[in-house]
Structure formats: C-alpha cells, structure tokens
Design a protein around this ligand. Structure first.
Ligand code: BTN
Length: 334
C-alpha cells in the first residue's frame, strides 16, 4: 500500500501555516487512505508537532517542535573548520557511535553529528545520558588535534571552558566547572563531556568530543533519582532557551579557544578553567581509574592539565583522570 512520507506531510503543513488541511485533500494529494494520513499526523505529534483537528475542517498546525535546521544554523557560524560537514539526525542510539563510523570513513576535522534525540546516549564511566527529543543538545565533534596523546586531558578542559563560558554568556547564569569536565549550576549538573580518541605513535589521530547539554528539560523530564543532581538551563533561568543561539555560540567559542590553543598552548586555557572551576580550593576525594582514592584540597592544574591535590601530609599529587562523585546520588541517566 502507498505510504505518506512523513517529511512531505511536515513540509506541507509548514508551507501553509495556520491553514486547515482536510484529510480528504491530503489523502487525494498522495493517493492514500485518510487513515494513512491520520497515522502520519499522529507520528508528527510524536515528534513534537501540535495540531488542532476538527470534523470537516481537517488539521491545522499550531506549534512546531524546536528543531535545529542547518539553513538557520549555518549563517550564525563564524567558524573556519568547525561545522563544515554535518550529520543532523532526528534520532539515533548515540551520536558518538555515528561519529566513530564517520571517522572510520575519513571524516574531516570539524565534522559534527547532532541528534534531536538519543535512545542510548552515553556518559562517562559507562553511564547513560538522558536525551529526550528537542529538549537538549546532543552532539559529537570530530577533531584531529595536532598534539601528543598525553595532552588529551587539555582538550577535555578546553571543551569545558567553551561550554561554561557559552552558558554564562547566553543564559546569563552562574555556571561553573567541576573537575574534570562537568558543568554545574547550583551544585547540579547541566552538561557533560565525553571524549573518545585514538592515537598512533603517541600522537592523537582523532578525538570525538561528545557534548550533552540540558537546555529546555523541565523537572518532570528527569526521573526521580536524577532530580537532586541534574538540572537544565530552563530550570535555572526560568525561561525556555533558543537552542540554535546556544549551539552556534558554543561552536564559535569552541573554535576560537581551539585555534588559540594550537597557537599559544595550554596556559591561557588553564587560567580560564581555574577561574571558572568550582572544584579548586575545596576538599575533594578523587577516584582514579585504577580504583585508588586521592583525598585532599584541589589546588590547581599542572601544565599538562592534571588536577593537583594537596594531601593532608602536605604532599601534592597529580591526578590525570578520575572522578569526583556528585554529592547526593550517583549520576546515571536513561
Ligand atoms: C558525562 O558527563 O558523563 C558525559 C555525557 C556526554 C553526553 C553526550 S550527548 C552527545 C554525545 N553522545 C553520547 O552518547 N554521549 C555524548
């Protein structure tokens, strides 16, 4: 049986905003039954469209979901390499996986995968990332930094700085960075970064920088167990945010810092990170990947990007990777 293509139906409504379209008219247009039209209207509602329907009048588009459209995004980008190639997906498992496949097929530096929804979004330490449709930003940036592998933590810190600065500028809120790369507002996490990479002869071959931002989620979008540890820009600012503005500002800021980093090294990023950090000068317990716990006061970053922790005995320990648990609950999503 013939099908109505959902994208064609969407285009049809978007081209005639506010107009009633009858089921009969639409079914004639595609040579399908009215039931088939009705099914696809329901499918559009699942994607966040809202319609008014009335007997004999048909359907009228009331509200479109907040969607990222390339034709609106590209004019806002002031970048030379970031966002020159895109995969914009309605939904996927994880944008990290799509980016990995793209890397294997030779994706250029600056290519980006963005999804409106992720069904198995991945977080650090094998956790998930809650990714409901149209409410957050879920993207993976493909980078080919020209630095040795030991400098990978610097790219993480740079990404956190770009995110934190963008949120402060665009949403006007007091966001801070929890080591190494969580963005917090008032003690709750609003954004996370997941870096995956490969190296050859001690040099980085590629990095996939995955970024998740809770933009317009409301309290009810979070499962009970996440409410004390997770938040969104909307919850914190009290207003719905334009995801396009936030995304373009982030990409512009990220590229500016990334190019600056290649030209001037890590020192300027380190200074910015330290100024935005909510971890420094606090008592912390860092759990490292080999299972040891380092306890003490976080006193700064070293030139490679390792966290410096001054233990009670006065010794300063360098921690290159690890995790400082969120207060309250283990952070898991999905
Ligand atoms: C964390 O804080 O644990 C990292 C979260 C990273 C989530 C982003 S969303 C886009 C990209 N795709 C994924 O599956 N994960 C990252």
């Amino acid at each position: 049986m013939k099908q109505v293509q959902i994208d064609e139906l969407e285009a049809c409504f978007r081209e005639r905003p506010g107009e009633w379209l009858t089921g009969t008219e639409l079914s004639r247009l595609w040579g399908v039954s009215r039931a088939a039209v009705w099914k696809q209207v329901r499918a559009l509602e699942q994607r966040g469209f809202r319609f008014e329907s009335a007997p004999r009048k048909g359907y009228r588009l009331l509200e479109e979901p907040d969607r990222i459209r390339l034709e609106e995004l590209l004019p806002l980008l002031q970048t030379q390499m970031l966002g020159k190639a895109w995969k914009l997906l309605e939904q996927t498992g994880s944008t990290q996986n799509v980016a990995q496949e793209w890397v294997a097929r030779g994706a250029k530096e600056g290519s980006i995968v963005l999804a409106e929804q992720q069904n198995s979004g991945r977080g650090r330490m094998g956790r998930g990332w809650l990714s409901p449709a149209g409410k957050g930003l879920y993207l993976s940036m493909i980078l080919r930094p020209r630095v040795p592998m030991v400098m990978l933590p610097q790219i993480t810190l740079l990404t956190a700085v770009a995110l934190c600065r963008t949120m402060r500028q665009v949403a006007g809120i007091d966001a801070g960075i929890k080591w190494p790369n969580d963005i917090l507002i008032g003690g709750r996490k609003v954004s996370g970064i997941l870096l995956e990479s490969s190296a050859e002869d001690e040099r980085l071959r590629h990095v996939i920088a995955g970024v998740g931002i809770g933009v317009n989620l409301e309290e009810r979008d979070y499962p009970e167990e996440l409410r004390s540890v997770a938040t969104s820009l909307r919850i914190e600012s009290g207003a719905k945010l334009n995801r396009l503005t936030l995304l373009s500002a982030f990409l512009n800021e990220f590229e500016r810092l990334y190019l600056g980093y290649h030209a001037d090294g890590f020192a300027p990023i380190r200074a910015l990170w330290e100024a935005l950090s909510v971890t420094l000068n606090k008592e912390v317990t860092v759990y490292t990947p080999d299972g040891t716990a380092v306890r003490g006061i976080a006193v700064g970053l070293d030139e490679l990007g390792a966290l410096l922790v001054r233990r009670q005995d006065g010794q300063v320990e360098r921690v290159l990777s690890g995790e400082i648990p969120m207060v309250g609950a283990a952070f898991t999503a999905n």
